[in-house]
Design a protein around this ligand. Sequence first.
Ligand code: SF4
Ligand code: SF4
Length: 228
Amino acid sequence: MSEYFRNIKTGASTIATGMGITLQHFFNAVKRKGDAGVDDADYFRQVDGLVTLQYPREAIPTPAHGRYRLENNIDDCIGCSQCERACPISCITIETIKVTADDLGVCGKTSGGQQKKFWLPVFDIDTAKCMTCGLCTVVCPTECLIHSPVSDFSEFDRENLVYHFGNLTRLETEAKKRKLQEQQAQAAKDKAAAPPKPAPSVRPSVEKTESAEGGDSGRIKGEQTEEQ
Ligand code: SF4
Ligand code: SF4
């Protein structure tokens, strides 16, 4: 019988302990939790306060070194397409047009001083597909393709998750393509009209023959030897 009452007492005290903790959190929840981000030393000390954030007015700051949305600084992109080839799920679509010789100055150089040789009418990244593996960023020779700390970029329309970084308008693209085709056609015409190059003078070739002793000796092809 005494054990029966002891169990009741234990049950009542454990319920009281649990309810005490619940009440403690209830009264602490009248104030907002701190807004220190995960980079902040106080982040794990913010145990009291409301846990629920009033998103999107409130959000936990992301770390400055976070690797989230992929972005391209197109001014530094040389159109090498290495990122496109490296992506295992084909998130990146690139189209390039070769820059004509008279446009090299207009196309300019990267911040590292490298001459850009391709226009980029299309440089699209489908961030809805991207799994932020980073394979494309490590192969980029100019380091213009990076994962930015921007983590909140949800959209209602999936099409809006395809980011366009191309540096030509549709009209500019047509003009650059036409110009390149005209120059290539002119170059082909000039090549066809050019007089044939004189045939290179024939030089006697030196033939290696093996001597009776096993050593090598050179003999000019077509020359008569004394033995013959
Ligand atoms: S991070 Fe990975 S998945 Fe995303 S575009 Fe680059 S290679 Fe493709
Ligand atoms: S690897 Fe870098 S430089 Fe090359 S196309 Fe991609 S973003 Fe541009």
